[in-house]
Design a protein. Structure first.
Length: 450
């Protein structure tokens, strides 16, 4: 769960992200304490609340170099409604820890899914995948306006397209990025267009240490959603991405002179289909399928007849969301078409050479904007009965790991939110001993637990 992000019924991030009005706290003293915001500056017209973010856990491992893993996130988040038409929210977080095996895979590469670029190691150690100390921070914020037909919002956030946890287009698992968006809703149609900017991991030719000199990309997204039937939703997505830093052409590219300057770019897009049963059903379910591809073939290829694959990402999923039960099964795969240079086997020489001009990468902060893993099969099940207790089971298989994690949690404070939890994970990986295990206990403020 992402406490500050509220997805709409079709999985997209709306411009107005308040699922319900901020109501006065009522009940006895204990109930008020459980539901009270830390700071509440609301009046009869406006609502402004501020809450702490405290997320920490500690655990022990077996089968790994590091005996202990831990995570410490702290910060604050706020949200406000001004004059009934302006909506503002955000959070500022700092995070350190010794990573679990799956997170260590990314921390050792100086990147954290959902956060972006990170620092690695301390005292000339703790810099391997199975003992990775990481340090990262994240700022997210947005401001939105609506008159029920037009929607405008801007901020720094990870937007999302589609009904899945992952996406063939944009995912919540990507790092936050600045954006400006305009949307219009009429009848069964929702149209959106926005601009955003992604940061890379490669420094420009003048770059030494300053992050401002890292290569950047500008991206345009246009999404058209059509509720064709009460049980059928179709979404079309188009995107254009262009890297800021210029590249140089090689001499053997068709139609190019050696040394010609160009900017890597990519025209891409695709479709999503959602099939739903009645929203009034006691067990509402959704089947969703997404497919993304390059819309314009690569120009200037090495030889005619060589056409590198233009397929990008496929995703298929099934989810059930009831009052007390939720279940999701999802499979996502990124194809070779995501490559930047796309090496191909030359028909004349047999050597591997760049297929043509580079394509812009679909990454922000070193993390794919679609799904961190190139291929993953995931299952999530949640039982959330009344009383504050919940049971969750997560199982996943990807190119590097296979693991399962059962978890029990109890809500301590619903407004912030804050929950206590305990979990146990068991898995396998070709990077470690045949089997690894670890357990964790701690508190959670509605952020994803890696």
């Amino acid at each position: 769960m992402q406490a500050q992000i509220v997805q709409d019924a079709n999985g997209n991030i709306p411009a107005i992200r308040h699922p319900e009005s901020i109501q006065p706290v009522i009940g006895n003293a204990w109930q008020q304490l459980q539901r009270r915001h830390l700071f509440d500056f609301s009046d009869s017209i406006n609502s402004v609340v501020v809450d702490p973010v405290v997320q920490a856990h500690w655990g022990q491992t077996q089968g790994l170099e590091s005996d202990a893993i831990w995570n410490n996130i702290r910060g604050a988040r706020f949200r406000a409604r001004i004059d009934g038409m302006w909506y503002v929210g955000g959070e500022l977080l700092e995070r350190q820890g010794v990573a679990s095996p799956m997170l260590g895979h990314w921390a050792a590469q100086n990147r954290i899914p959902g956060w972006g670029r990170s620092k690695l190691g301390r005292d000339n150690g703790s810099n391997t995948a199975d003992e990775a100390y990481y340090d990262v921070s994240r700022a997210r914020g947005w401001c939105g306006w609506s008159n029920s037909t037009w929607f405008v919002d801007a901020g720094i956030d990870a937007l999302h397209i589609g009904a899945g946890n992952s996406s063939a287009f944009l995912s919540l698992e990507a790092a936050p990025a600045p954006y400006l968006r305009l949307s219009r809703k009429t009848g069964n149609h929702l149209s959106s267009i926005w601009l955003t900017r992604w940061i890379g991991t490669i420094r420009g030719p003048l770059g030494e240490t300053a992050e401002s000199l890292l290569n950047r990309s500008s991206a345009l997204f246009a999404v058209q959603a059509w509720q064709a039937h009460p049980r059928i939703l179709v979404q079309g997505v188009y995107s254009f991405v262009r890297e800021k830093e210029a590249s140089k052409a090689l001499g053997h590219w068709d139609g190019w002179e050696e040394g010609d300057a160009y900017h890597a770019q990519r025209h891409w897009g695709g479709l999503e289909l959602q099939l739903q049963n009645s929203k009034k059903s006691s067990v509402p379910w959704t089947i969703y399928l997404q497919s993304a591809l390059d819309l314009i073939p690569r120009l200037g290829q090495v030889e005619s007849g060589i056409n590198p694959t233009n397929t990008l990402t496929h995703l298929i999923g099934f989810k059930v969301e009831g009052d007390a039960l939720a279940f999701r099964l999802e499979y996502v795969k990124r194809e070779h078409g995501h490559c930047k240079a796309c090496l191909v086997d030359s028909l004349s020489t047999g050597a591997f050479v760049p297929a043509g001009p580079d394509r812009a990468l679909l990454e922000n902060g070193g993390i794919s904007v679609q799904n961190p893993w190139s291929e993953a099969l995931r299952m999530d099940a949640l039982w959330n009965p009344k009383g504050g207790f919940s049971l969750r089971l997560h199982a996943e298989h990807n190119a590097s790991f296979t693991w399962a994690t059962p978890e029990i949690a109890f809500v301590l404070q619903s407004a912030w939110p804050l929950s206590a939890f305990a979990s146990y994970s068991i898995g396998t990986s070709d990077r470690f001993d045949p089997t690894f295990r670890y357990w964790q206990v701690g508190v959670c403020s509605g952020l994803r637990r890696d």
